[in-house]
Design a protein around this ligand. Structure first.
Ligand code: NAI
Length: 344
């Protein structure tokens, strides 16, 4: 039986991981705490750890895991910007779940967009209070509007299909445009200038950090609606707040937030929120915040657990895994995985 320490456990994680783990001979020990330099000792003696988006997996944590005998980090998410893959190389195998339901995230992006544009978040609260006034609830048609999609991978493309279904014009920017995809690629500058709505679907990298900042917001249409279901730091939150106050940005839908690891996934009702930028953004009538919820569908949770357990057993049985990550993966010429099937 393989033993894995599971960090940042939420009640909705357990059923699917217990089911697939039980079938494959992987026993999960569920810890509610996040993985950090302070909690890394909890993983001593385990074969591996299972971590999520807001766990800290920096060099210090990796060294601590390695000293404690951990040899596999199984991420139950797609993004891995919280992992120092460079430090992990040669010590701990890192596997992730590259795709579990692009529909979950793309549909959530559209749900947020429809909500903010048609003010259903306001209407819900009003009618609960038997207030049937329509004052202030005027929206606009999505049909005929131009949406700019940054990042046309799995999620971006599903979002594009959904937008086309609404009769929207789609323009897109991707560092690596998909050939023969029928997508109308434009430069980032053109996307900013043309789009009524901009939705972010690219990963967080050094290059994409603060894609939306004061300088780029200035190039956008006045009244632009921003949607971010990717990673918080794609948007400079302070600059967004200023642009909302200046009426430059018409609305923002945020499923992710720059400093989300301090607050998202936890219940802070009854507490004083320390983050003034987040508190002010949430107070705006034209800002909708959900707490990294876009992935949360039954289908996605099932796929996440299934793939994570498959990753663990594949690595155990074959010494390699198609979903392994390392700092060299994908880098032509130096990627060992592409030649030998093994990162190290
Ligand atoms: P993907 O890897 O299929 O697509 C990412 C796309 O971004 C690729 O087409 C890639 O070429 C493009 N890209 C890379 N660098 C770029 C750059 N500098 N500028 C523009 N485009 C660039 O990834 P997928 O599955 O579509 O996920 C997208 C993002 O969504 C993930 O990176 C993750 O951060 C986020 N995500 C959020 C979730 C949530 O619950 N809110 C759940 C799952 C993913």
């Amino acid at each position: 039986m393989l033993k894995y320490a599971f960090f940042d456990t939420k009640p909705y994680d357990k059923p699917s991981f217990e089911k697939y783990g039980g079938e494959a001979g992987v026993e999960f020990r569920f810890f509610e705490t996040r993985l950090t330099p302070d909690t890394v000792g909890l993983a001593n003696g385990f074969d591996g750890v299972c971590a999520f988006v807001n766990d800290t997996v920096n060099e210090e944590v990796i060294d601590g895991l390695y000293r404690g005998g951990v040899r596999v980090l199984a991420l139950r998410c797609a993004g891995y910007n919280n992992v120092d893959v460079h430090a992990a190389f040669g010590k701990i195998h890192v596997v992730h779940v590259p795709a579990y339901s692009p529909y979950a995230v793309a549909e959530h992006a559209m749900a947020m967009l429809l909500t903010i544009v048609r003010r259903t978040h306001k209407a819900y609260i009003r009618t609960k209070d038997f207030n049937f006034s329509l004052a202030g609830l005027t929206g606009f048609d999505l049909h005929g509007k131009t949406v700019g999609v940054i990042g046309t991978g799995r999620i971006g493309r599903v979002f594009i299909d959904i937008c086309r279904g609404f009769g929207m014009k789609v323009v897109a920017y991707d560092k690596f445009p998909a050939k023969e995809s029928g997508i109308d690629y434009v430069s980032m500058e053109e996307l900013f200038a043309q789009s009524d709505i901009i939705s972010l679907h690219c990963p967080l990298t050094e290059e994409t950090y603060h894609t939306v900042r004061a300088e780029t917001i200035a190039k956008m249409k006045t009244g632009v609606v921003l949607v971010n279901t990717s990673r918080g730091a794609l948007i400079d939150a302070a600059a967004l707040l200023e642009a909302i106050k200046d009426r430059k940005v018409g609305a923002a839908c945020l499923d992710v937030y720059e400093e989300e690891s301090d607050v998202f996934f936890e219940d802070f009702s009854g507490h004083i929120l320390e983050d003034d930028t987040l508190a002010r953004l949430i107070s705006m009538p034209n800002v909708l915040v959900t707490s990294h919820q876009a992935f949360l569908t039954e289908e996605a949770l099932d796929n996440i657990a299934k793939t994570t357990v498959e990753n663990i057993t594949e690595l155990q049985n074959n010494g390699r895994c198609q979903n392994e990550l390392c700092y060299r993966c994908g880098k032509i010429g130096i990627c060992r995985q592409s030649r030998t099937g093994k990162c190290f």
